[in-house]
Ligand binder design. Structure first.
Ligand SMILES: NC(=O)c1ccc[n+]([C@@H]2O[C@H](COP(=O)([O-])OP(=O)(O)OC[C@H]3O[C@@H](n4cnc5c(N)ncnc54)[C@H](OP(=O)(O)O)[C@@H]3O)[C@@H](O)[C@H]2O)c1
Length: 276
């Protein structure tokens, strides 16, 4: 597998996730996408709920001059799946170019050399600029191998105050190598582990002394500043279906937290992962 490492462009510290704008029949979804476009942030794109591509197609068509750079989830299990997923995204969103392809299912690929050729060719044609590996916890060993071989430009996984979806050893290796990380789920996700909405979550209770120590004006700020305090994180990817919450996300302070607070949160992550 040839190396795709080293070509990641500079991202905006905050990336607009699209998990909250899934309904093309709801004009509010298009308006939220347009507001994020106006703010100039990057987008993270997958066709969540089967509706995101249509929402984006409408939003992009309304303001072609401000189409955002997009991180797009693409198939990495088969060469055919890769080509199909890229073509499907371009056709249904109106995007001409994918800034970063998020290669999904790479450890399951049984034709890695052929896939690498397809990735390289798409990059040479200028259709996809960079490649990152989509990571879930069971891929931790595969991440270690890929990092050692410098295969990808970066690695993307859930990384927020509530979770780090990568083994402690693989994470330490990424940090030691200075490999770029794209941190997903700024607020802990849309399920029961959402830090802002689930006041009773035991992890939120464990984080409470660190939140108090952080001096953050509110919990939203704590969520945004934590991932951006980590040495190799280049963006935090959060989502909302609310115009007010989008403005709060886009306007909150992004300065790094104090090192003691960061170390405390990372110690909890280490402990939670060791208990898995
Ligand atoms: N494997 C993958 O590639 C993958 C997996 C998961 C996520 N992602 C990406 O990461 C993005 C973010 O993850 P996510 O959407 O799962 O979760 P998230 O951004 O961590 O959390 C979104 C949730 O937080 C709420 N929220 C946001 N701002 C808020 C505020 N100011 N006050 C109260 N609640 C607020 C949202 O509710 P409201 O809508 O009511 O504001 C929503 O329920 C996704 O949209 C997607 O682009 C990728």
């Amino acid at each position: 597998m040839p190396s795709f490492a080293g070509s990641l462009p500079t991202l905006t510290p905050r990336t607009m996730g699209t998990g909250g704008i899934t309904d093309p029949s709801n004009l509010a979804c298009v308006r939220i996408a347009r507001a994020a476009m106006d703010a100039g942030v990057w987008f993270h794109v997958a066709d969540y709920g089967g509706g995101v591509y249509a929402v984006l197609k409408q939003a992009f068509a309304e303001d072609l001059a401000h189409m955002p750079p997009c991180i797009v989830k693409i198939d990495g299990i088969t060469v055919q799946g890769f080509h199909d997923s890229v073509a499907d995204c371009l056709r249904r969103t109106g995007l001409e170019r994918i800034a970063i392809g998020q290669v999904c299912g790479y450890p399951l690929c049984e034709e890695k050399e052929a896939l690498a050729e397809a990735l390289a060719e798409m990059r040479t044609r200028g259709v996809i600029g960079s490649y990152i590996m989509d990571v879930i916890f069971p891929y931790s060993a595969a991440v270690r191998e890929a990092v050692a071989a410098h295969i990808f430009d970066g690695y993307i996984f859930y990384l927020n105050v509530m979770e780090r979806e990568l083994s402690n050893a693989a994470y330490a290796q990424l940090v030691a190598d200075g490999t770029p990380i794209l941190a997903m789920r700024t607020f802990g996700g849309r399920d029961g582990a959402n830090y802002l909405k689930n006041a009773d979550h035991p992890r939120r209770a464990a984080l409470e002394p660190l939140y108090r120590q952080s001096g953050c004006a509110d919990r939203l700020e704590f969520c945004v500043r934590f991932p951006l305090s980590l040495p190799t994180v280049c963006t935090t990817i959060g989502s909302t279906g609310s115009p007010e919450n989008l403005q709060a996300f886009l306007s909150v302070d992004t300065a790094p937290l104090d090192a003691d607070v960061v170390a405390g949160i990372e110690a909890l992550h280490g402990q939670w992962n060791a208990e898995r």
